[in-house]
Design a protein around this ligand. Structure first.
Ligand code: IPR
Ligand code: MG
Length: 148
């Protein structure tokens, strides 16, 4: 029998632009992929899940927040060859708002994130995780055109 390791396969992640006033929620990652870089709440798509279900579940698991008006925005294809081991991640970007605007984010998974805070799109903390950096540098705007 041939003694070879299975080939790595691309993974699917869902990230959420959670919008509030002129800001969005970001945290500094403690996970091995994107360690120390700022990114949106989100995580891996589970078997059978819709993008909307994944977005709501990941935001709840990581921040304790309930979200609504969840909608698809865009997708990026990312190969992180510089990570401890190479990772190929297709990231589905969703947009959402707080179900109750008075909710406050909690850092429910402190092993994965330093903490959550609200940042303006034109004044984001650095360094950004590559998938988000790509969108920012490409001039992407996650806010609806009629956002007040
Ligand atoms: P989990 O699923 O643990 O939240 O994974 P993650 O935060 O490393 O997310 C990976 C997919 C992201 C980059 C959209
Ligand atoms: Mg996550």
């Amino acid at each position: 029998m041939e003694n070879s390791l299975p080939s790595p396969v691309p993974k699917v992640g869902v990230a959420v632009f959670l919008l509030k006033d002129k800001k969005m929620l970001l945290g500094r990652r403690r996970s091995s992929v994107g360690h120390n870089k700022f990114f949106l709440p989100g995580g891996h798509l589970e078997f059978g899940e819709s993008f909307e279900e994944c977005a709501a579940r990941e935001v709840k698991e990581e921040t304790g927040l309930d979200i609504e008006k969840i909608e698809f925005l865009t997708v990026t294809n990312n190969v992180f060859s510089e990570e401890p081991k190479p990772v190929h991640m297709v990231v589905i970007f969703m947009r959402a708002v707080l179900a109750d605007p008075h909710q406050l984010p909690q850092n429910i998974e402190p092993d994965k994130c330093d903490g959550w805070d609200w940042y303006e799109w034109n004044n984001l903390p650095k360094p950004l995780f590559g998938a988000l950096e790509k969108l920012e540098q490409g001039g992407f705007n996650p806010f609806p055109s009629d956002w007040k």
